[in-house]
Design a protein around this ligand. Structure first.
Ligand SMILES: [Zn+2]
Length: 203
């Protein structure tokens, strides 16, 4: 839906190892779509889950992209350096009552949850106050039944009922790491991303 002059796309790998072929295909696809629209193409390192990141992998991925002529039009941003922005976003959710602390363990959730399309649907145990105290809770977002929709250029309109299909999802984990779901939204807004090209399996 973007006009010719405002297209901003991105390729956002996780540096958990060398760039594999499928990711390179996605990078080329997003790069070509950006160029076709005379837009901006950005690279973002999704190195948020620091325990899973491999030292040197980010530089290695950038070298591989460069070898194929794929250069970010603006400086590469690293999610590991954007904690302040994620803190601020979580604070805003907390301020409007859209996020709540949760102390449930995986086992407690597994025992009482329904299966959704992306794993367990959280049963809402801590929605109106934590069932029991733990020093560092996770933070979840209140979902509701209003449909969330977006338009895919190939597959058309996609609609999701977050409350029934996903459930109240974690935006900050009990170990202190921010979840991808929060970081990617904050970063896409920050970088004013208009178009996302990914593998069809990730839609
Ligand atoms: Zn809980």
């Amino acid at each position: 839906m973007s006009s010719l002059s405002t297209y901003r796309g991105r390729f956002a790998p996780s540096p958990t190892g060398p760039l594999h072929f499928g990711s390179l295909v996605a990078a080329v696809g997003s790069y070509l779509d950006a160029r076709h629209h005379h837009g901006i193409w950005l690279v973002r390192m999704e190195d948020l889950d620091t325990p899973r990141c491999v030292p040197g992998a980010a530089d290695d991925i950038l070298r591989t992209l460069a070898a194929f002529g794929l250069h970010s039009d603006e400086p590469v941003i690293y999610q590991s350096q954007r904690t302040a922005a994620y803190d601020e976003a979580l604070q805003r959710l907390q301020d409007i009552g859209a996020a709540y602390p949760c102390c449930c363990t995986r086992k407690e959730i597994a025992d009482s949850a329904l299966h959704g399309i992306d794993g367990f649907v959280y049963p809402g145990t801590c929605r109106s106050g934590m069932a029991h105290q733990r020093p560092t809770p996770a933070w979840r977002v209140h979902t509701d039944h209003s449909p969330i929709e977006f338009e895919d250029a190939l597959q058309g309109c996609n609609s999701q009922n977050l409350a029934s299909e996903i459930g109240d999802f974690v935006v900050k984990r009990a170990d202190g790491l921010f979840a991808y779901q929060l970081a990617v939204v904050v970063d896409d807004a920050f970088q004013q991303i208009t178009d996302i090209v990914r593998g069809a399996d990730l839609l």
